[in-house]
Design a protein around this ligand. Structure first.
Ligand code: GLA
Length: 411
């Protein structure tokens, strides 16, 4: 592709053709190159539920393009449920709700693309979405073609109203329909972990939800008739055993972020850091138009995001847990490691960690830490401070519901 571009560029082609060549190359992403690191963006659901509108999408794209998020790597502006009209048109086409999206989805895609961002949309494998709008069952190809024609870049595909369907086949059907359009649309499976999508989702989509829905709580579970919502720690605990299934182009998705939606700053920081350690898709779920500085600071921290976007794409492992403090390690590119001390307690907790007597072994990359023979430089990622080397035991106090997030690099 690059070669063609260079050849065209060096010849004396008319401007329009050159522009076409440039666009072609910039867009020359194939399905197999999608989400080589976890996808980053925003989704309307966690904050707005059904209150979606074209004004919200435009203003969110404006905010993301200018508030530092785009610069930090966020790309997708995703419209969740209830963007659709209550029924299809006479030809069976899916149509946007005329009050919420009077200009149509193509106009949304054009606007979002004009900001250098990408547009995501939502549907469901059943006859109706969770919000009761038309789902894609029986219309998979027609819907995929509509999304591609509109310029959509991402599809989140839900699992409501699917009794009698088998998830692997239902998701494969939409995956094939998307591929057949020729437009590389990232496919985000939202099946809540019911049929263990980590066992069959690779190659079908780029990520799969591992649990039911998150809500803005650090450690609680909320019971509803027939389903539950989960706070950050309960979701974290449900990731046990799943790390081996994640990797470039196929991620475990512990659900979207609740940063900025009501938890304390410490809790938001711990939530964000752990999602980075898990190599989770970073889909923010707050109101980007009115983000307070503390929230934005968390969401745009490039040092912590670099753990998430590390090209190795290996999910962190839980190394130890004692007195409510967990120690997690994530192997990083160039023989580096991320270490994270997560304090699940409400109160601050003193930690002491003598590196030289610890050995972390990762059976995915087949790498081990070499604290006994090699010194690693320690960087505290949130405090932006160097903390010496692993030749000296670490002592620190981690505030309640917070983390100490470190990057270790061999000297
Ligand atoms: C399900 C999904 C949520 C959201 C809603 C929309 O609950 O898990 O993330 O998309 O449906 O109705």
């Amino acid at each position: 592709m690059k070669k063609i571009f260079l050849t065209l560029k060096s010849s004396s082609l008319p401007g329009a053709l050159l522009l076409f060549a440039a666009c072609f190359c910039a867009r020359a992403q194939t399905f197999d190159q999608l989400a080589m690191t976890p996808q980053m963006g925003w989704n309307s659901w966690n904050k707005f539920q059904g209150q979606v509108s074209e004004q919200l999408i435009r203003e969110t794209a404006d905010a993301m393009a200018t508030n530092g998020m785009k610069d930090a790597g966020y790309q997708y502006v995703n419209i969740d449920d209830l963007w659709q009209a209550t029924s299809r048109d006479a030809q069976g086409n899916i149509v946007p709700d005329p009050t919420r999206f009077p200009s149509g989805i193509r106009a949304m895609a054009d606007y979002v693309h004009s900001k250098g961002l990408k547009l995501g949309i939502y549907s469901d494998a059943g006859a109706k979405t969770c919000g009761g709008r038309p789902g894609s069952l029986g219309y998979e190809e027609q819907d995929a073609k509509a999304y591609a024609a509109w310029g959509v870049d991402y599809l989140k595909y839900d699992w409501c109203n699917t009794s009698g369907l088998q998830a692997p086949a239902a998701y494969k059907k939409m995956s094939d329909a998307l591929r057949a359009t020729g437009r590389p649309i990232l496919f985000s499976l939202c099946e809540w972990g019911n049929s263990k999508p980590w066992l069959w989702g690779k190659g079908v989509g780029q990520s799969w939800r591992t649990t039911g829905d998150i809500y803005a709580s650090f450690d609680q579970v909320q019971n509803h008739p027939g389903y539950k919502d989960y706070g950050v720690l309960p979701i974290l605990d449900m990731q046990e055993g799943l790390r081996k299934y994640a990797g470039p182009g196929h991620w475990n998705d512990p659900d979207m972020l609740e940063v900025g939606n009501g938890m304390s700053v410490n809790e938001d920081r711990a939530h964000f850091t752990m999602w980075c350690m898990l190599a989770a898709p970073l889909i923010t779920g707050n109101d980007l138009r009115h983000t307070n500085p503390e929230t934005l600071k968390i969401l745009t921290d490039k040092d912590v995001i670099s753990l998430n976007q590390d090209p190795l794409g290996i999910q962190a492992l839980k190394y130890s847990a004692k007195d409510g403090v967990e120690v997690w390690f994530k192997p990083l590119n160039n023989d580096a490691w991320a270490a994270c001390f997560l304090n699940r307690n409400k109160d601050p907790h003193k930690i002491a960690f003598d590196w030289s007597s610890e050995k972390v072994a990762d059976n995915i990359s087949n790498r081990e830490t070499k604290f006994d023979t090699t010194a690693y430089r320690i960087r505290d990622l949130w405090q932006k401070q160097d903390l010496g080397t692993t030749k000296t035991p670490l002592t620190a106090e981690v505030p309640g519901h917070d983390v100490l997030s470190l990057r270790l690099e061999e000297i």
